[in-house]
Design a protein around this ligand. Structure first.
Ligand code: F6R
Length: 240
C-alpha cells in the first residue's frame, strides 16, 4: 500500500483530482470506477474545475459506480445516480451512454450482477477505482462479514451505515438494502485510490493498514492489491 498523508480534505481533493485528470489526459478512453458519499466531493469539485478550465475532457471516458440503494427511484435526490449527476457528471462533457450504475430496483440481483460484470469486462476492465471507507471498514457496501464477497450482489445495510447515511434522508426513511460491487470485482481494478478523511475514520484506517486481512474489516483486503494508493488527512491518519 502506498500511504500518502495530507493536511486536510481540500489538499486531498486537489491531489486525487489531479491524479484522475492526468490519467484521463494520458488515456482519454479510460474506464473509471467511482464512489459517492461526502469523501470524494472535493475531488469531484477539482475535476469539474479542471474541465471548466479546458484542461481535460471526459467525452470518451466510461464510468462504473460502486453501488446504488435498493427500492429508491433512480431520480430520487438521494439515489447515487442523482448524486453523481449533481456533483460531477452534469459539470463535464461525459457521454451519458458511458455512465454505468447497478440497478437498485432490479427484481433479479444475480442477473443484474452478471450484467454489470459483463459491461465492465466489455470496456476492458476498470483502470482506476476510487473508494471511500465506512466507519466500520466497509468499501462500497461490503459490510463486515464472515467471508470476502465476489461479484456484485444485494446487501442488507448494517446499523453503522444506516446511522452514518440516514442524515441525508429527510423525506423518506433510508433504504435498508443496496446493490453493491463485491470485493472480488473491486480488486480487479488495475489501480485503487482510497480516500479517508476525518477522525471518525481513524479506527477503520488503522485496521485497514495495520490490522490483519479480514472480512470483518473489508478494506483490509487492499493490503493484497498490487497498486493501492491510500490518501489520508491528518485526522484519519491519527492512529497510525
Ligand atoms: C459510496 C461507498 C461507500 C462510502 C463510505 C464512506 O459509493 O461506496 O463505501 O465510500 O460509506 O462514505 P462517506 O464518504 O460519506 O464518509
Amino acid at each position: 500500500m502506498d500511504i500518502r498523508i495530507f493536511k486536510n480534505e481540500a489538499e486531498i481533493g486537489q491531489a486525487v483530482g489531479k491524479l484522475f485528470c492526468d490519467f484521463v489526459n494520458e488515456k482519454p478512453d479510460c474506464v473509471l470506477g467511482l464512489a459517492t458519499g461526502a469523501t470524494p466531493v472535493p475531488t469531484y469539485n477539482f475535476i469539474a474545475d479542471q474541465y471548466a478550465a479546458g484542461k481535460v475532457s471526459f467525452k470518451d471516458v466510461s464510468t462504473f459506480n460502486l453501488d446504488e440503494y435498493c427500492d429508491l427511484p433512480k431520480e430520487h435526490k438521494n439515489s447515487y445516480y442523482s448524486f453523481m449527476f449533481e456533483n460531477l457528471f452534469s459539470k463535464l462533457d461525459i457521454n451519458a451512454d458511458n455512465v454505468n450504475f447497478l440497478d437498485g430496483n432490479t427484481t433479479d440481483p444475480e442477473a443484474e450482477s452478471a450484467r454489470y460484470a459483463e459491461a465492465i469486462a466489455a470496456k476492458g476492465g476498470i483502470d482506476i477505482q476510487l473508494l471511500g471507507i465506512g466507519r466500520n471498514g466497509h468499501i462500497a457496501f461490503n459490510e463486515p462479514a464472515d467471508e470476502f464477497t465476489g461479484e456484485s450482489f444485494k446487501i442488507a445495510l448494517t446499523q453503522s451505515t444506516i446511522d452514518a447515511n440516514s442524515i441525508y434522508f429527510d423525506d423518506i426513511p433510508m433504504p435498508r438494502y443496496a446493490m453493491t460491487m463485491g470485493i472480488g470485482s473491486i480488486m480487479k481494478a488495475r489501480k485503487i485510490v482510497l480516500i479517508a478523511t476525518g477522525a471518525s475514520k481513524a479506527e477503520a484506517v488503522k485496521g485497514m493498514i495495520k490490522g490483519e486481512v479480514t472480512p470483518q474489516l473489508p478494506a483490509s483486503i487492499l493490503q493484497q492489491h498490487q497498486d493501492a494508493v491510500i490518501f489520508l488527512d491528518e485526522a484519519a491518519a491519527s492512529l497510525l
